[in-house]
Every structure is written in structure tokens, then in C-alpha cells.
Design a protein around this ligand. Structure first.
Ligand SMILES: Nc1ncnc2c1ncn2[C@@H]1O[C@H](COP(=O)(O)OP(=O)(O)O)[C@@H](O)[C@H]1O
Ligand SMILES: [Mg+2]
Length: 358
């Protein structure tokens, strides 16, 4: 049987370019070469697509340095007219891309146009997963518990800052968290304890997005749960993050070693099941498919649990929460990759039954 041709996409025009390279390195090492023919595709920070074979193919950095241009024309099975770059051919794509132009539905849209099945959420769920405001609206609609929040347009903030500050003070208590609606990795996020900090936090967030979120800050443990599946998603055992800093900010995520992980999280069985149920609820609320990691806040006092967010392409390094949670739930890393690819093909087969014309 011919091997399945798997394009592994990594890098990308995103603040999470570097993280993606680390994730891709372990994916490229771990994919089973008896089953798959692997085509590594590195996307540079400028958005150029490069691919390489031979020994270079196992190293994301070498693909980006030595690779030759490839392209993906937005037509199914293009005729392949003479072009500068080779046309990328694949049976399935594995977009190990985080953040903008990777996790937000844009790459997913391109792959749809090309007719290439891909791992993970589709266009809609990817885009929703990147937009914290729309995500919250869908969570509310699905009856999922979330912290009180407000959202503002950047224009509103710039035109009438005092009215924005007043609205926050009226509706929420300090401390509050201020976030750009559409980023990840805690970029542009800050905690504000008074009006002056709130003003600075909104200014910072406004550099990154046209939409700003202000959330009630809560004193909470951080619990994460991995989900895998299409129509019948399953939840892993939950894990816990103990940031060495005041909150799980960019430094704590990528630069510091002070962060500790508890895998699985020490939770009473009832609470564990509740996390798993809500994780599946969040997955369904945004119409996700393939995989996701759902993050929670669990009040240190009392047992109030809030869904914080869903990540449609969670970190994939060997030490990342998503694969580690599956490993303790009985699905080791290489089998997890097989399962993700199988789910991508299953979703594509299911969608192939749709008609697009009358
Ligand atoms: N409402 C909140 N209360 C307490 N801590 C929060 C709240 N919102 C965010 N945080 C802290 O900030 C971190 C990053 O926020 P999050 O919304 O997860 O953004 P990102 O999408 O960048 O990961 C969280 O992991 C948590 O440590
Ligand atoms: Mg987060």
C-alpha cells in the first residue's frame, strides 16, 4: 500500500513561530515513517513556504534555512503548469502552527480550497478559538460558566477612555485582566489592580488588536484538559499548571523554568469529571473537530470552575500539556499523532458527502 503523504506545516507569520518549530521538531521525529511519507513545510516569518528532503527534513530549522520554495495553489489537484516553485502535494496536512495565520482559520481555509484534508479544527472553530469575544459569546450560549467580562472596540477606548474606565469600575472589581481579543501566548495581557494600571493595560492591549477584553480577575488554580475526536469527542485526564510568576504570562510560558506541572491534576473525582464534561461542552460550543485543549480557572476557595478558553492547536512539544495529558490517559505520543491524522481523514470523508450544488 502506498504510504500516506503527510505535509507537516510549521513556523508561520506569528508571534508563536519559535514555539511551532519546537513542536514540529518532535512531530517530525515521532511520525511513523513506515506509514507516512513526510513532507516538511516551513513557513518563514515573512510567509514564504519552503520544503526539504533528506536529512534536513527532520529539522525545522534546516528546512527553513536550506529548503526550496513550494506553493499550494488554491485549486483542487492543479494541473501543475511550469512555475517557480514546486507544487506541494499531500494526502493530509498537519498544521503545527500557533496563533495568527495558522490557528485562526486562514491556513484551514487555504487547505479547504486545495481539497487537502487537515488535522484539527476547521475554518469556523479555528477562527472562533482565536477570538476571545466570540468564543465567550458561544460559551455563554452553551451554558458554560465563564468569568464576568466586558469588551470594547479600540476606537471606543481611544475616543472616550473615561467612559470605558467607568464601565469597567461599575461592572467589575479589581483586580481585572485586560486582553487583546485575538492573540495567544499571553501577549498584550496584563493584570490591573487600580485605575492607573487599568489605563495602562488597555493602552497595551490596544496595540495588538481592534477589540479589547476586560475580565474579572479570580484567585484560581489553572486546570487544562485535552480533547480528541470529531462527532464523539473524548476528554483526557486534566492537568494543572503552577506558574512560578504572578500569572501564566509570556515569560512563565516560554522563558522561565519556574513553572510546574501536575499531570494529572490532583482533583476529587467529581471535580475531575466536571472538568472533562465542560471540556467537551466547550469543544462542541465552538464546533471544534480533531483536537483542542480547554483551559479552566478553578477557584482556590470554594469549587467554582470557569472555562477560560479553548486552544484549537495547543503546544505540541514533548513537554507540552496536550500530549502529556494523553500519555497519562493511555495514548502515547506516536499513537496520538496517528489518531489525529485518522480523525482528519474521517472528517474529510464525512464532508465529502456534502453537495455544494443543487
Ligand atoms: N480572569 C482571570 N483571572 C485570573 N487569571 C487570569 C484571568 N484571565 C487570564 N488569567 C491569567 O492569564 C493567563 C493568560 O490568559 P489567557 O486568557 O489564557 O490568554 P492566552 O490566550 O494568551 O493564553 C492565564 O493562563 C491566567 O494565568
Ligand atoms: Mg491561555
Amino acid at each position: 500500500m502506498a504510504k500516506l503523504r503527510v505535509a507537516v506545516l510549521f513556523g508561520g507569520r506569528s508571534g508563536e513561530h519559535e514555539v511551532s518549530l519546537v513542536s514540529a521538531a518532535s512531530v517530525l521525529q515521532s511520525l511513523d515513517r513506515r506509514k507516512y511519507e513526510i513532507v516538511p513545510v516551513g513557513i518563514t516569518l515573512e510567509g514564504r513556504w519552503l520544503s526539504a528532503g533528506g536529512a534536513a527534513a527532520r529539522s525545522p530549522e534546516r528546512v527553513l534555512r536550506e529548503g526550496r520554495p513550494v506553493l499550494l495553489p488554491p485549486e483542487p489537484a492543479p494541473a501543475g503548469a511550469a512555475r517557480r516553485a514546486e507544487i506541494l502535494r499531500a494526502d493530509v496536512a498537519l498544521p503545527i502552527l500557533h496563533g495568527t495565520f495558522g490557528e485562526d482559520g486562514t491556513i484551514q481555509g487555504l487547505l479547504e480550497l486545495c481539497g487537502i484534508p487537515y488535522v484539527g479544527a476547521g475554518v469556523l472553530a479555528s477562527a472562533v478559538g482565536m477570538d476571545k469575544e466570540i468564543m465567550k459569546r458561544l460559551f455563554v450560549q452553551a451554558g458554560l460558566p465563564i468569568v464576568p467580562w466586558l469588551s470594547f472596540r479600540r476606537r471606543q477606548w481611544r475616543r472616550a477612555p473615561e467612559s470605558v474606565l467607568a464601565a469597567v469600575v461599575r461592572r467589575l472589581d479589581y483586580p481585572v485582566f485586560v486582553k487583546p481579543a485575538n492573540l495567544g501566548s499571553s501577549v498584550g495581557i496584563s493584570k490591573a489592580r487600580d485605575r492607573e494600571q487599568l489605563r495602562r493595560a488597555l493602552q497595551l492591549a490596544a496595540r495588538y488588536d481592534t477589540k479589547l477584553i476586560v475580565e474579572q480577575g479570580v484567585d484560581a488554580r489553572e486546570i487544562e484538559c485535552s480533547v480528541l475526536g470529531n462527532d464523539d469527542p473524548r476528554a483526557s485526564l486534566p492537568g494543572e499548571i503552577l506558574p512560578g510568576r504572578e500569572f501564566y504570562d509570556y515569560e512563565a510560558k516560554y522563558l522561565e523554568t519556574g513553572t510546574q506541572y501536575r499531570i494529572p491534576a490532583p482533583l476529587a473525582p467529581g471535580l475531575r469529571r466536571r472538568v472533562q464534561q465542560l471540556a467537551i461542552g466547550a469543544f462542541r460550543a465552538v464546533d471544534c473537530s480533531g483536537l483542542a485543549r480547554v483551559d479552566f480557572l478553578l477557584a482556590r476557595r470554594g469549587a467554582q470552575l470557569w472555562v477560560n478558553e479553548i486552544n484549537t492547536m495547543p503546544g505540541f512539544t514533548p513537554i507540552s500539556m496536550f500530549p502529556k495529558l494523553w500519555a497519562v490517559s493511555g495514548l502515547p505520543y506516536p499513537r496520538l499523532l496517528d489518531r489525529m491524522i485518522a480523525l482528519a481523514l474521517e472528517r474529510a470523508r464525512e464532508r465529502a458527502h456534502n453537495r455544494y450544488q443543487r
